[in-house]
Design a protein around this ligand. Structure first.
Ligand SMILES: Cc1cc2nc3c(=O)[nH]c(=O)nc-3n(C[C@H](O)[C@H](O)[C@H](O)COP(=O)(O)OP(=O)(O)OC[C@H]3O[C@@H](n4cnc5c(N)ncnc54)[C@H](O)[C@@H]3O)c2cc1C
Ligand code: FES
Length: 288
């Protein structure tokens, strides 16, 4: 069992958990994920690692409440436990393998969409810990759905965080792509690499823009996963001419090569079953 040390609603439908998982915390790196099972009856839910503390032996996950399992998770409080918390899974972000001096010569921009701000956080934190500043663009629907603003500013610096809201309810109106375009075309910023994490449609449009701007772009894929160990093939992603498995080869890939069309249609494959499951919410094992 994996004890929950902190359980907190960040905004209306996004919940943060700090979990006691010393073995995961000891070896995880930015870009990796875990698979959680709420209880012995639960399904396996892949979630990106949003932070870790090796000394305290804790791992943070940030969860958007969508269907049966994530809503079940949201009922858990500090002191409760997850039945399973498996990881770290997947490949770490590529930059952690680079020579630090070479990395210092490169300029990174992160584009985070909504919930994607949480997985971007450990990556920016890693850069900060290695003495490298990056720009971070956070795009969200409105002020009420914005997460991690203070946390991101604390590590990236106020001047490096650019926030935009779809409806203009906070700071500026528009999408993350509008901000990126402004920074490059109007403010003359140069970026060697862009990392985009968020909804599939957002990553698709960031990639369209960065192709035009000539900025290589990494995206984090979140297809349906089953085993998370490379055996079922459920998480396959078409990257150029190759079929990759997001759980073992990814989840991060070259965004300019990802076939977003097939990813989006496969992501919708189980919608009827997900809706049916939500109508028959099963609380077995939670005792609530
Ligand atoms: C590598 C990876 C990292 C992820 N990181 C996060 C994260 O940090 N925070 C977060 O909130 N969500 C994350 N997700 C998505 C998360 O796993 C799903 O939202 C969750 O499984 C939904 O379960 P549900 O029963 O509540 O909803 P359901 O009603 O079952 O599904 C809602 C939607 O979630 C997706 N989904 C459902 N089952 C799975 C599954 N087994 N694998 C992947 N996606 C699924 C589908 O798009 C589906 O339409 C990640 C997914 C992957 C693959
Ligand atoms: S989830 Fe089964 S191969 Fe990736």
């Amino acid at each position: 069992m994996f004890k929950i040390l902190e359980s907190k609603m960040l905004v209306d439908n996004i919940c943060k958990f700090v979990v006691e998982a010393p073995l995961v915390a000891r070896s995880c790196e930015p870009g990796q994920f875990i698979i959680v099972r709420v209880d012995e009856f639960g399904e396996r839910i892949p979630l990106t690692i949003a932070d870790y503390d090796r000394e305290a032996g804790t791992v943070t996950i940030v969860v958007q409440l969508l269907g049966v399992s994530t809503n079940k998770m949201s009922k858990l409080k500090a002191g409760d436990s997850f039945a399973d918390f498996i990881g770290p899974l997947g490949q770490p972000s590529e930059f952690i393998h680079e020579d630090i001096e070479e990395l210092k010569k490169k300029s990174y921009v992160f584009v985070a969409g909504g919930l994607g701000t949480a997985p971007v956080y450990p990556q920016v934190k890693w850069f900060n810990e290695h003495g490298i500043k990056c720009d971070v663009i956070i795009g969200t629907k409105c002020k009420d759905t914005l997460i991690y603003e203070d946390e991101m500013k604390a590590i990236a610096g106020d001047d490096h965080v650019f926030i935009t809201t779809d409806d203009g309810s906070y700071i500026r109106k528009g999408m993350g792509t509008d901000v990126l375009k402004d920074l490059v075309e109007d403010q003359g910023k140069h970026y060697d690499i862009c990392v985009a994490i968020g909804p599939m449609i957002m990553m698709k449009f960031v990639c369209k823009l960065t192709k035009e701007l000539g900025i290589p772009t990494i995206v984090s894929m979140n297809p349906i996963m089953v085993d998370g160990t490379g055996m079922c093939g459920g998480c396959r992603v078409q990257v150029g001419n190759e079929t990759k498995f997001a759980c073992v080869d990814g989840p991060e890939f070259d965004g300019h090569l990802v076939d977003f069309g097939s990813m989006m249609s496969r992501g919708r494959m189980y919608r009827p079953q997900e809706a049916e499951a939500k109508d028959h919410v099963c609380n077995i094992g939670l005792g609530r």
